[in-house]
Design a protein around this ligand. Sequence first.
Ligand code: ZN
Length: 285
Amino acid sequence: MFDTSRKNSKEKVVITAAVVGAIPSKNDNPNLPTQPKEIAEAVFKCYEAGAAVAHIHVRDDNDAGSMSIEKFTETVNIIRDAKCPIILNLTTSGAVGATEADRLRPFSELLPEIATFDAGTMNWMHKVVFENSPSFLEKLGQTTIEKGVKPEIEIFDMGMLNNAKYYIKKGILQEPCIFQICLGAPGGMDATVDNLLFVVDHLPENCTWGTFGIGKGANEILLAGLALGGNIRVGFEDNVFYNKGVLAESNAQFVSRVVRIAAEVGRAPATPDEAREILGLGGKK
Ligand code: ZN
């Protein structure tokens, strides 16, 4: 088989901070950032701790998941005005029931370097349908190409990886692709080392990949991901607990843990510029 690290760097790990997400609330963890200033502050602290990529969601005034262009604009502007060099990765899946136009708009207008591409439909948390229809995925892929925004392909189960391979063949996703292996979401694959290895073994050769685990398998996936040469995502979007029963103090606390563990296995955090090179972002800011 191919080298498990694929095109990732063996010496550097690209750390993505997913600081808010669409689901957790301040009731789950009062340290969750939800409004633009709080989100930007969390991003700055994660950058200082070693994150190279900020995966951004926004919330409405009531802290509910949202695709509000105003909230995205405000958040992105604070980060850009502060000249923080972190790579911006905007979600296209920030609110259940958002229209296709709402989902395409933030990255099309704000032109981050990365936007997410959730490569299939799933039953989300046993509650709602997380819809990514074939026609939407074609439109999303084409729009990222037109706008020069690199898709990060989120894989929650093996069917999504097969969908992604189909879109690569059709030219709707362009290699080298960035994959994010998302494990432990109810409705998707469990966060186990077995599952991670199975997905990694089936990735195309010309790609980079990262991973994270939601819930009880989070630390297992972190350790296995580093061992396999993967990039790592952490943050409140995926986990509000730092360890079992212990609420996380901040997003940066998660980033610092990755930096410490990676150092023990000879990998240092990639700077944003190093991450641009590893991820094939063409040095564009
Ligand atoms: Zn997200």
